[in-house]
Ligand binder design. Structure first.
Ligand SMILES: Nc1ncnc2c1ncn2[C@@H]1O[C@H](COP(=O)(O)OP(=O)(O)OP(=O)(O)O)[C@@H](O)[C@H]1O
Length: 243
């Protein structure tokens, strides 16, 4: 039933035959990936498999060597991030994802720098989603905890109300008791209609939460299926999920 629902979704992101890397160094080969409208998709795989590179390639941050990336009907393959955000894609990198010397509010306003005015409704929606950011809006981002900075980075990406949010290891560096909270917040963002494409080291938890998952191996597609199917696949469990 779930698989049928997943198939029935309209495609939002389509990565087709993508070859990409850094300079002349090719990392991804023939990558195929889709995200449906409102879908929650996770990318897992061993260290160095190319998970972050796949995400960066969707957002125009790598050297393109072949294939296409289509988003909501538009070919974004050759676009730079500044153009891509106009089409409804938001990206939260793993590291250096806030401006430390700016306040929380300034960071959020930066998220909407492409607009002439700060979108007050979107700002209030971010504050409603992450009340700590409203309470600490005048605090310098660099003085916040890791978990709060991660919320701020997500909040900043949400300022343009993206159709698809790319999250690179959102639970990285968080104390164990904050990890479940972070996943709950991602569920909430998805429940509100935003599609998610997420890279996670915390693979089992990510697969439990998502609609579909991709296992990348050596820059190529390994396995794909519903989160449940991947968790139940003996070979995937043994090779990639620690048994
Ligand atoms: N900026 C870069 N320049 C050159 N090579 C890079 C760059 N970033 C990553 N790589 C290389 O690309 C390969 C894939 O890295 P990537 O970060 O995409 O893997 P990953 O699956 O996300 O791994 P991890 O789980 O360790 O973050 C690795 O061999 C890495 O050394």
């Amino acid at each position: 039933m779930e698989a049928e629902e997943t198939r029935a979704r309209e495609t939002l992101l389509e990565v087709s035959n993508l070859d990409a890397g850094y300079g002349d160094l090719q990392i991804l080969t023939d990558l195929e990936m889709t995200v449906g409208r409102g879908e929650y998709v996770t990318i897992v795989g061993p260290n160095g498999a190319g998970k972050s590179t796949a995400m960066k390639s969707v957002f125009g941050l790598t050297s393109h060597m072949g294939g296409t990336v289509t988003f909501d009907g538009t070919d974004i393959t050759q676009m730079v991030p500044e153009e891509i955000i106009h089409h409804g894609l938001g990206y939260v990198p793993q590291n250096d994802n806030v401006f430390s010397s700016l306040t929380v509010r300034e960071n959020l306003e930066m998220g909407a720098y492409i607009l002439d005015e700060v979108p007050e409704d979107a700002l209030q929606a971010v504050f409603d989603r992450f009340p700590i950011l409203e309470r600490r809006q005048e605090q310098k981002a660099g003085t916040m905890s890791g978990g709060q900075q991660q919320m701020l980075a997500m909040g900043r990406a949400l300022m343009l109300e993206p159709k698809l949010l790319l999250l690179d290891e959102p639970s990285a560096g968080l104390a164990p008791d904050l990890v479940a909270d972070m996943f709950d917040r991602i569920d909430d963002i998805n429940d509100a209609g935003t599609a998610i494409l997420m890279v996670e080291q915390n693979a089992k938890e990510a697969l439990r939460r998502c609609d579909r998952g991709y296992v990348l191996v050596n820059g190529k597609n390994g396995y794909v299926g519903s989160g449940r199917d991947l968790l139940d696949d003996e070979e995937v469990r043994q090779r990639f999920l620690g048994g």
